[in-house]
Design a protein around this ligand. Structure first.
Ligand SMILES: Nc1ncnc2c1ncn2[C@@H]1O[C@H](COP(=O)(O)OP(=O)(O)OP(=O)(O)O)[C@@H](O)[C@H]1O
Ligand code: NI
Length: 333
């Protein structure tokens, strides 16, 4: 059963200069106990998606269209408060998530008080348990320490403990390991996998790193300039990528392409979507683009079992005219 359903979500920013279609009509679901990935380069709309789900979009941003349902309850009708303890979010930088003037324990206890009505001794003991559960050694002592006394990795563990103290069903992780060094990053990913198994958590995992996606997720949504351009179960996406953008992201994983010491990367960067999509937003960077791509907006079509891509190469009406070349270094010498 899906606990989160996102349908036709459109979140725009009305700035003085232009309207930014940061999230432009996306659909995806997260089932109970499942880890769903949202991957794309910087500026593709991942964080705005997370904020939209959590009800954290602030002016000049507005959810203009679509639906976000938590266990069937429409959140965009202003119902976020009813689900405050059901969903939690962990951001990239733990230093911004922890309050420097309170002990780590007090921040967990605050969450326990609000969401579970626990106080005093009971809250204290539970806070220690939460720190132990996220792998903080000597938790009974460290519960009374301040965030600055924790290393970066320990701070992110503490942030996760605070998030879990409200006993959520859905945890959104927005680049939770990007600010950490590689070893610590791996430890945090292991921790999330363990927690998911023990707490039966659903996780929406946001990252720009395809390597992390492969290790962490069950299902992947690839995002580009406000749109989901491909979605599939993780093994299918990695063995049988369809969208040229996905192929480009995969080719940039170190060690994945056969030879050569230079990583093939996609040239250019994600454009700011400042007009409704009338064409493929990836076309200007796409090695497989053909005439139709600049004129027609591609809709998502089935390209395999439980696998969709929004690319004219796979649209019956257009794909015939294009050549499905093996670009991005498939057989590079
Ligand atoms: N407050 C804002 N005002 C105007 N535009 C915004 C605002 N916040 C985000 N955007 C725009 O929305 C788009 C998506 O941004 P978002 O932060 O969601 O990207 P992202 O995929 O999370 O990137 P990153 O990997 O860098 O975190 C970008 O074009 C960004 O400039
Ligand atoms: Ni982001």
């Amino acid at each position: 059963m899906s606990i989160l359903e996102v349908e036709g979500l459109r979140t725009v920013f009305h700035t003085d200069k232009e309207t930014v279609y940061a999230v432009d009509g996306i659909d995806f679901d997260v089932a109970a106990g499942e880890t769903v990935g949202l991957v794309g380069e910087s500026g593709s709309g991942k964080s705005v998606t997370a904020r939209s789900i959590m009800g954290l979009v602030k002016p000049p941003g507005v959810i203009e269209d679509g639906s976000v349902r938590f266990r069937g309850d429409e959140l965009t009708a202003g119902n976020w408060d009813r689900h405050r303890g059901d969903m939690a979010i962990v951001f990239q930088d733990p230093t911004n998530s922890l309050n420097p003037v309170y002990t780590v324990g007090n921040q967990i206890k605050e969450s326990l008080r609000i969401h579970q009505g626990l106080r005093g001794r009971e809250a204290h003991e539970r806070a220690v348990e939460h720190l132990e559960a996220v792998g903080i050694p000597d938790a009974g002592r460290r519960v009374d320490e301040y965030p600055h006394q924790f290393s970066g990795g320990m701070q992110q563990r503490a942030v996760i403990a605070v998030a879990l103290a409200c006993d959520p069903d859905l945890l959104i992780c927005d680049e939770p390991t990007t600010a950490l060094d590689v070893t610590v990053q791996a430890q945090i990913l292991d921790l999330l996998a363990d927690l998911q198994a023990t707490e039966d958590l659903a996780i929406l995992f946001i990252t720009h790193d395809m390597g992390v996606i492969e290790e962490t997720t069950d299902r992947v949504n690839v995002m580009y300039a406000g749109e989901i351009v491909e979605s599939a179960p993780v093994a299918e996406l990695f063995s049988n990528p369809k969208h040229p953008y996905t192929k480009g992201l995969l080719a940039s994983i170190p060690g994945r392409t056969a030879t050569g010491d230079r990583l093939p990367t996609i040239e250019g960067e994600v454009p700011t979507p400042s007009a409704p999509a009338g064409s493929c937003r990836f076309a200007p960077r796409c090695p497989a683009a053909f005439d139709g791509c600049e004129a027609v907006h591609p809709e998502a079509v089935a390209v395999g079992e439980d696998h969709e891509a929004a690319c004219l190469l796979y649209d019956e009406a257009y794909g015939e005219t294009a050549e499905d070349a093996d670009f991005f270094g498939g057989d590079r010498e």
